[in-house]
Design a protein around this ligand. Sequence first.
Ligand code: ARG
Length: 594
Amino acid sequence: MLPHLLLEQRLQLAVRAVFPEADVTAVLVRPCPDPKFGEYQTNALMGLAKARKLNPRQVATEVLAKLEVAEICEKVEIAGAGFLNFRLKPLVMAKTLEAAAGGEHLFFEKSSAPRVVVVDFSSPNVAKPMHVGHIRSTILGDSLARLLRLLGHRVITDNHLGDWGTQFGMLLVGWKTLLDQVSLQADPLAEMERIYKLISARCDPEKPGFDQPTLDQARSELVKLQSGDPENLDIWRKMIRLSQNQFETTYHRLGVKFDHAYGESFYNALLKGLVEELVEKGIAAESRGAKAIFTDGSLPPKDDPLLIHKEGEWVANPFIIQKTDGGFNYATTDLATLAYRIETWRADEIIYVTDGRQQLHFRQLFHCFRRWRPEVRARLAHVWFGSILGEDGKPFKTRSGETVRLSELLDEAEERAFKVVSEKRPELPETQRRQIAREVGIGAVKYADLLPNRQSDYIFSWDKMLALNGNTATYLQFAYTRIHGIFRKGGVARHPAGACPAPVLLDTPQELALARHLLNFGLVLEAAAEEYRPNFLCNYLYELAGHFTGFVENCPVLKSEPPQRASRLILCDLTARVMRQGLEVLGIEAIEQM
Ligand code: ARG
């Protein structure tokens, strides 16, 4: 068993010996922030003490008295306000590394209680090109899905395409009156976007080009579509197919796959019954011709998503599920989608990855769903993110002020990477340089997106993201090739098959620091999954590369004597394995040579 898991188990036993009634699931360890004090730390005892109005250091003393960890820890100490710090025996560290080298684990264990987790991400809208705003959802969502899968959960990914709604009335008018077949062949999404923009400008009473007949026409095309008119259904299906083909091209470049792409329209047939049920149960009510869910007063106003503070007062902020014209909307569809995922997939957890502007929608959705289905225990999470800004600090746009199309962004990333690779390695054949450029370019874009705290905005900078030095994908990919370089140079095979080939010796501070960091991989994966933050993993890998550099600069590998040489090669190999696995979770290619 991995030392941190064994430690948690023993700690929980000790806590139970002191407080037999305590819930010990939150009694966990994490890496010690300062390695001077040990490898692991727990702050859980302070919480237990606080809840019981006891002195935390006293509680720590009592738990310590019951704690049996002599075979793994050299020392356990009470620190600060009631932390416990654990120092592992170096031999335990070495044995753990040897087990990893023998292929028994890679410093993490699969969850002992796997969940069914639905990840709803990317979800672009039909007939509109995916733009840079969809990039974060796609990259973050994909990485979370990979992470949860690695930890043993059953992950179901679903691309909730925006394939239904009022925009289709306008698109149909545009399709029937303005469509240019040649442009449609060449770039379907661009052509659909063009006709949509022209018609929607005519349908907006606020705009100078407003035209009442066009608006009426759009409404009637929409009604025809909704009531099953074959011609309109046909065009609508074609628009979805063309859009999906183009989305697929982008997903393919990004290495992103979905289990399903049900889309909003999939739920249409369920919406009428859903609204009726909510009205019958008294959860939704009619209000000025529309149907909506209002506050039931069960929450304090400041926590109630169905209330809003306006001019010194709390006023209704309802969740509208049927419009005055009888149509259903985003909210209705999302309620139906949620119920479907719980019922059909038996989801234990559903994660929605969208930008921060949808926070209110999801707070309302989750709250209303709980009122509708109070028996459902599933964990619902809105994993939201901030915007991508240009170097001027304003929303990221092209020079001419257009939103940046994702496909063009990826083209540019590859082009720039190709230039760098061609400068550094002119001797490589072009196909190989192109291949490296793809992996480096796409990796750079992904990493730049995953590294910042997802809730902050970040500034998109080509130079920064492709830098060879600094916290970038390129730097990590380069570190990985350096490890391979050592094996190439020494003429040694990388993966020693089967059992660990030699004892691991941790004699120098750099070897110890590297070993300690490798051991933390599992804890970092767990924390990233728990908080839906792949940036924890980015920082971990960056530090891993740093520890590795410290190690090779101070500890000769190929030139050292046999027992040490073998041990050091094991450290190199394990670093490479963790680096590759970590990059894979981020959706980034590990490159052997660049
Ligand atoms: N199509 C939406 C958009 O582009 C995102 C959908 C997110 N998922 C959901 N179940 N609401 O903003």
